[in-house]
Design a protein around this ligand. Structure first.
Ligand code: SF4
Length: 310
């Protein structure tokens, strides 16, 4: 369910501000109508989508950048992302709600508190950090520091201890030194992400980085740094997945497992894939699954009953 278009940030590696234009939010009433309609048609889970969802702001229409010019009434009745999440979670209390993507600089405490308040808001935040080095974050025009990111992570873990966190990371951004790379690895060590999307830097035509920065990290260095990041993430994913052993998780059944037609595959609130024998359950059921085994990315278990949150 699309909730915003465009982006007012100017991350130097990103083409979105030039292709999608300035940020604009969608009327919450039309979002709620779409969600209600999807529920009526049998959908059990939705994802609120935007380039930068946490920046959502509805004040009767208009671009986000013009909010300052809004009337006092418009300002007083404005709906931000935490408000919208709350409205969606209440409108369909049995529908699972996810959202993507969050820019750390815009993710507020209110949003985390709203997630903690509602069982049906999935406990997973995709929180791209791109680099663990303050110098590189600045060069990327990400408007937060490594220390502020840690604070955000601490707040998430304090308010939602079982929240999964994932990332996007870029290896070899222009001018990245060995020390910058080490900062990325140590940031990963601090967070111990559940999973992530990792890339070597490559210039995107039309971006500020392409126009103003030399792509000066040699390809073999980028590849080696990426391999180190991927290896570390593999270790962290394994630690995170193993934490679910011998626990009971709630899984929404999505489809037949790729490996066996006798098993279902679904996802937990934390966005981990879980597989288990089909038994009497069906696609769309929310079931309790006892986890007995795992690989680094998949939970393996046995369904022990329907969830009370059906
Ligand atoms: S990376 Fe995300 S926040 Fe940054 S400019 Fe692109 S869309 Fe906006």
């Amino acid at each position: 369910v699309s909730i915003t278009r465009g982006c007012d940030n100017m991350c130097t590696f990103c083409v979105v501000p030039f292709t999608r234009g300035r940020e604009r939010s969608r009327d919450p009433q039309s979002i709620l109508e779409e969600i209600n309609d999807l529920w009526a048609r049998g959908f059990k889970e939705i994802t609120l989508l935007g380039q930068n969802v946490d920046s959502y702001l509805w004040y009767g229409g208009g671009l986000k950048k013009d909010f300052d010019k809004a009337s006092d009434i418009q300002k007083a009745t404005a709906v931000n992302f935490a408000n919208l999440l709350d409205m969606c979670a209440k409108a369909q209390p049995h529908m699972r709600i996810r959202f993507s993507t969050s820019n750390p600089q815009d993710l507020t405490l209110d949003v985390i508190e709203t997630m903690a308040k509602h069982h049906n808001i999935c406990k997973h935040i995709h929180l791209p950090v791109q680099s663990g080095s303050n110098r590189i974050l600045k060069a990327m025009n990400r408007l937060h520091t490594r220390e502020e990111y840690f604070q955000l992570i601490d707040n998430i873990k304090r308010l939602i201890p079982d929240c999964a966190i994932s990332h996007d990371l870029i290896a070899g951004f222009p001018t990245e030194t060995e020390q910058d790379h080490q900062d990325t690895l140590s940031l990963m060590d601090y967070v111990k992400y559940n999973f992530g999307y990792m890339f070597t830097y490559s210039e995107r035509p039309g971006t500020l980085a392409e126009r103003k920065m030399e792509d000066d990290v040699p390809e073999d260095v980028k590849k080696r740094r990426l391999a180190e990041i991927v290896q570390l993430q593999r270790e962290h994913s394994e630690i995170r997945t193993k934490q679910y052993l011998n626990t009971v998780v709630e899984v929404l059944i999505e489809k037949e497992s790729k490996k066996s037609n006798k098993e279902w595959s679904g996802r937990t609130s934390q966005n981990s894939v879980a597989v288990f024998p089909k038994a009497q359950y069906n696609i769309g059921d929310l079931v309790k699954v006892k986890i007995t085994d795992c690989t680094s990315a998949t939970l393996i278990g046995e369904a022990i009953g329907l969830s009370d949150n059906q």
